[in-house]
Design a protein around this ligand. Structure first.
Ligand code: FAD
Ligand code: SF4
Length: 509
């Protein structure tokens, strides 16, 4: 019988993948390929590239041990084609294969490349999720607003997670209200579990340093897990040592603690080393054993079966043009401070510095520091999207784009966010210790020394009053502006114009 090729991409490292389930290990050839096109369509953080390549190489070994024949192409192989499709064509010729079985990629770019390939490629649904795309579309059909909360409740009912019959456990669907505590710098936290790189990973680190060393970000020290076993240990460590504080401190930010009570497992989950279901089951087991409070368990489950699945549904429902949405018509180029250029803003310097070191920032750092600044300053959302896609180890377009284009930049006009996520410096001061050592004064609302967030916040609202002002939730904010005396309003807008002028001129802000 003629062999078929089974494509396994770098974010599909799961033995239960639909393409592997549809194949025959006695006859078919698994194709895995490290190709330059995937490594460079945005300037990925070297840690992200290292994670994916090291995890791919380990997964290929596991497949071989399980009896699969794997045709694996390394980045440094001289005969390697530059693209996934090129590799498939090369392997099809080598093995005389007539058909390719693939699991649908998580990016329109690759879905189209496979569909257009001069080969027969069968793209199977990616069923590593709680909600199928058909189910999401059925839920969304005919609704005026696609609010997460209602989708989330559907997912709770579907999975039975944290349900007591048809009622939510603890009597409420959502315990977010109290989840706004400020973290103390002297609180001892375990942090994520760190893994020592083995020989396979060390080889990848050398390769990445040599080939991608010029990209933003450092590859060493490298402590991510790169196998399913390691990812399960990371999950277990989180559940035992950090989950209990997840609810209370999920919005907190500290200079000395990048991870706080976060799980730091999105990078494992998104490449297939963990499944959403097993993560939730582990979290629920801790709650059932009375070891973590309901606000922690519920807050966490909402992220995984709510936000994550909802983002995926939106990405595929909105189509390939979603990443180019720009309803606010923002066009300013991304400032150099996002790539580590000098800035006097301590919050930005800190989050960008942490991102450079770890390829990680938690949700509030992404949303309310870098995202908030980009939106207030009117940065081109396409450039913001490419930045997030490049710099985070967990960034794959299906989850990154709706978070950036929709939730963070409001560039989709409100499909995801009911109002723009913007704030003055006050929010950052409340949730972090960044402002204490900043060159700007967070309490100052006007003048040279005023926190740029304080100035840009009002400038943004004034610029977009026509679109945003009619939103009832924004009413009180606009009323505050209207009540401000004219001299003060002028000083705020002049201050904002000075900050934006400095950004445009490439001066340090
Ligand atoms: P935790 O805080 O411990 O949360 C648990 C899990 O919930 C995460 O691992 C993740 O899988 C899931 N989750 C939480 N929030 C979201 C969300 N909004 N969307 C999807 N899943 C969520 N997440 C990515 O996985 N990839 C991205 O490229 C990405 N880009 C983002 C860009 C912006 C501007 C924003 C605001 C958020 C982005 N997120 C992204 C969501 C979130 O910030 C990360 O999932 C989270 O910080 C990962 O760290 P963690 O594993 O410690 O998460
Ligand atoms: Fe950021 Fe403003 Fe605080 Fe400085 S004062 S850290 S710029 S929020």
């Amino acid at each position: 019988m003629v062999a078929r090729l089974v494509l396994v991409l770098g974010d599909q490292l799961c033995p239960d993948l639909s393409a592997l389930r549809a194949a025959d290990r006695t006859r078919d050839i698994v194709v895995m390929a490290e190709v330059m096109e995937e490594g460079s369509y945005v300037p990925h953080h070297p840690k992200k590239i290292a994670l994916i390549l090291a995890a791919m190489r380990h997964f290929a070994e596991e497949l071989r041990a399980g009896g699969w024949k794997v045709a694996y192409t390394r980045l440094e192989d001289p005969e390697a084609a530059p693209s996934i499709v090129g590799e498939l064509m090369r392997r099809a010729e080598e093995y005389g294969a007539g058909e390719v079985i693939a699991t649908q990629p998580g990016e329109w770019r690759l879905i189209a490349a496979l569909a257009d390939a001069p080969l027969t490629v069968r793209q199977l649904p990616d069923d590593r999720f709680i909600c199928t795309l058909e189910e999401f579309n059925r839920w969304a059909e005919g609704r005026k607003e696609l609010r997460l909360e209602y989708f989330y409740r559907e997912m709770r009912r579907k999975t039975g997670f944290l349900m007591e019959g048809d009622k939510p456990a603890g009597g409420k669907w959502n315990f977010d209200h109290g989840n706004r505590k400020r973290a103390q710098a002297d609180m001892l936290r375990e942090g994520p579990v760190r893994f020592a790189p083995d020989a396979i990973t060390q080889e990848v680190l050398d390769l990445v340093e040599a080939r991608f060393g010029g990209n933003f970000g450092v590859v060493r020290p490298f402590w991510y897990g790169v196998t399913r076993d390691a990812a399960q240990r990371a999950l277990d460590h989180f559940a035992q040592h950090l989950l209990a504080g997840f609810g209370d401190y999920q919005d907190a930010m500290l200079e000395q603690d990048a991870f706080l009570h976060h799980s730091v497992i999105s990078m494992y989950l998104n490449i297939g080393l963990l499944s959403p279901r097993e993560i939730c089951e582990r979290v629920i087991a801790q709650w059932q054993a009375g070891l973590v409070p309901i606000n922690a368990a519920e807050g966490y489950i909402r992220q995984v079966i709510g936000w994550r699945e909802y983002m995926r549904g939106i990405y595929f429902r909105e189509g390939p043009g979603y990443v180019r949405r720009n309803v606010l018509r923002h066009g300013r180029p991304l400032p150099a401070m996002f790539w580590g250029g000098e800035t006097r803003m301590n919050c930005i310097a800190h989050v960008v510095g942490q991102t450079r070191k770890e390829a990680y920032a938690h949700h509030i750092q992404r949303l309310m520091v870098t995202g908030n600044f980009a939106l207030l300053a009117g940065i081109d959302p396409g450039q913001v999207h490419e930045w997030y896609l490049a710099v985070y180890a967990d960034a794959f377009e299906w989850v990154e784009a709706p978070n950036v284009i929709g939730m963070s930049q409001f560039a989709d006009g409100g499909i995801i966010a009911s109002k723009p996520y913007v704030s003055s410096g006050n929010y950052i001061d409340k949730m972090s210790d960044y402002c204490r050592s900043c060159a700007y004064a967070v309490k100052e609302k006007t003048g040279e020394n005023a926190c740029p967030f304080n100035l840009l916040y009002w400038d943004f609202l004034v610029r977009h009053r026509e679109r945003i002002g009619c939103n009832p939730r924004m009413g009180p904010v606009y009323r505050t502006w209207d009540k401000m005396d004219e001299v003060r309003r002028r000083a705020v807008l002049d201050g904002a114009a000075r900050v934006l002028g400095d950004l445009d001129a490439g001066r340090i802000v």
